[in-house]
Structure formats: structure tokens, C-alpha cells
Design a protein around this ligand. Structure first.
Ligand code: AMP
Length: 285
């Protein structure tokens, strides 16, 4: 059902809850897309998927301080609210939830949600506390928005795994849908952080999808040794002097533990720095 009502812009937590309550009372299924704003085609694909799954699409835009480390880019994270609101209107979003930090984390806030296993490796090992911040804010947003279904990108595969694990372990009544990564024409995964890249860095970053494709080809050609696959990926990435590898790992797609031998369904995970920008990507075998 296409939305013909004016999009609601909501900052207040109670007002958000009231919106969801009346949507629910009207028999509308609520599909929720949590983001940090600075929207791109990847986010738009999540909104499109949300429309397929629900009658009321809620988009949140909240740069969540608890998922950033003390030396990370919380303060400089790109923001363009006017542009984001135009995209949301064009994409038929019913409500945009943009809470203030002080409303989400008032003085005295001291409760956190921590998923253990799937957050131990990969970005969890490199960004201590990151996933604790993510699962905490997602739990809070779910409690406020009360969605029937929530849409996340496979671009952040470990985040998707952490949210799915939290929902299953804590018996939460929400369906989690993962959406494949949307890419630029040269294959670079869309990301709000791509805006940080200089023209030279942007060219260097294109080595990431080239490396991922080489790994997929190795696997398709019968390559199973994870060290061989990641070694080839490393070589391709390190051809670019501006790219510094943080990790390259083949992992099981369910529990995200490192694999010695790749099997169908496993995924390759890559994190690099290009200049001062940290980029992540992944692909399946
Ligand atoms: P962010 O605003 O970067 O925190 O991302 C919000 C949501 O959009 C998360 O579920 C991301 O995984 C998803 N997302 C980000 N980039 C992409 C992309 N290129 N393709 C698909 N989903 C994405």
C-alpha cells in the first residue's frame, strides 16, 4: 500500500511510541530501518525492502555515541539532515525517528546489551565495545518503535549476526531481514564513510571489491585453503600503497568463527584503512 500521508518527523520517544501504537491499532505492520543517516543507495534498498515487508515504514537516523571508540569518528561522522529527509520523503517513509542523544542516554543510563560469541572476532576484536553499543541502541530502538520486522544490510554482516543472535537469545518478537550489499559501479560497497575518501583514496579503495571477486573466483575454481585465499586477497590489497590491511578472514557465516578450510556458505571478511578511513566489506562463497 503506497503511503499518501505526509511523512512524520519525530524526535520525541513518547511520540514515536504513540505513532507505532496507532499504526498497530490500525492493523498496519511496522517495518523498521535503523541507520545513522547520511543516506545512500544501500539505505534506500533497505527502505524498499521495508516497504515489501510492512505497511508503515519507520526510518531512524541516530548517530549512536556508544558504538564509537574514544579515538573514532563520532564527532566527524557525516551528516546532512535536509538531504536525508528529502530522500526519505521520496522513498515513501511514513515516519523518521531522530532522537536526541540526551533523550536516548539521559544521565543515569547504565544498562547495556552484550552479545558474546559472534562479536568476539573481526570488528569486535578491533573495536572494543562497538557491538555492545550497537546491540544496546538496537534494543532501545526496538523497544521504542516496536517493529514487526527490521531490515539490516549484509554490508555489516557481523552487526547483522549480532542483532539476529540478540533477538533469538532474548526471545524478542521481531523478524530480522538481511539485504545484500549495494555497490558503486566499480564494486566499492556503498558507505556513508566513503565521503571521507580523497580522489586518490577512492581509486585505491576499488581494490577491495577486486580482491573479494578474486577470492570468490579462487573458491569457484576449487580453492579451499583459507590461508591461500586470504593470501591472494592480501596481495591484491597491498598493491595499493594507500591501503593498509586490518584483517582478512574466512569465517563460518553462522557463528563467525575462523575457518581453516573454506566451505560453501562461508564468508570472506575484510577490513582496511585507506588513509584515515576504515572500510569493511565481505562476500559469500
Ligand atoms: P549505517 O547508517 O551505516 O549505520 O547503516 C545503516 C544500515 O544500512 C545497516 O543495516 C547497514 O548494514 C546498511 N547498509 C549500509 N551500507 C549498505 C550497503 N552498501 N548495502 C546495503 N546495506 C547497507
Amino acid at each position: 500500500m503506497q503511503n499518501t500521508q505526509k511523512m512524520k518527523i519525530i524526535k520525541d520517544l513518547i511520540e514515536m511510541r504513540e505513532f507505532s501504537k496507532s499504526a498497530m491499532a490500525a492493523g498496519r505492520k511496522i517495518a523498521f530501518v535503523p541507520t545513522m543517516g547520511f543516506l545512500h543507495e544501500g539505505h534506500r534498498q533497505l527502505l524498499k525492502t521495508a516497504r515489501d515487508y510492512g505497511d508503515a515504514v519507520v526510518l531512524s537516523m541516530f548517530v549512536n555515541p556508544t558504538q564509537f571508540g574514544p579515538t573514532e569518528d563520532y564527532k566527524t561522522y557525516p551528516r546532512d539532515i535536509e538531504r536525508d529527509l528529502k530522500i526519505a520523503t521520496d522513498d515513501g517513509v511514513d515516519a523518521v525517528f531522530m532522537p536526541e542523544v540526551a533523550a536516548m542516554y539521559p544521565a543515569g543510563h547504565q544498562s547495556f546489551v552484550e552479545v558474546t560469541g559472534v562479536t568476539q572476532g573481526l570488528c569486535g576484536a578491533k573495536r572494543p565495545g562497538h557491538f555492545r553499543g550497537v546491540t544496546t541502541v538496537v534494543m532501545k530502538l526496538f523497544n521504542i518503535v516496536a517493529p514487526d520486522v527490521a531490515i539490516f544490510g549484509e554490508k555489516d554482516f557481523q552487526q547483522l549476526a549480532a542483532v539476529k543472535t540478540m533477538v533469538a537469545d532474548l526471545n524478542m518478537d521481531v523478524e530480522i531481514i538481511g539485504v545484500p550489499t549495494i555497490r558503486e559501479s566499480d564494486g566499492l560497497a556503498m558507505s556513508s564513510r566513503n565521503a571521507y575518501l580523497s580522489p586518490e583514496e577512492r581509486i585505491a579503495a576499488a581494490a577491495i571489491p577486486v580482491a573479494l571477486e578474486a577470492a570468490q573466483k579462487d573458491f569457484a575454481d576449487g580453492g579451499r585453503d583459507a590461508a591461500f585465499i586470504t593470501g591472494r586477497v592480501k596481495k591484491i590489497l597491498e598493491k595499493e600503497p594507500l591501503v593498509v590491511v586490518e584483517y582478512i578472514e574466512v569465517c563460518d557465516a553462522m557463528n563467525l568463527t575462523q575457518a581453516g578450510q573454506a566451505k560453501p556458505g562461508d564468508r570472506l571478511f575484510v577490513a582496511v584503512r585507506v588513509g584515515r578511513t576504515r572500510l569493511i566489506d565481505n562476500c559469500g562463497f
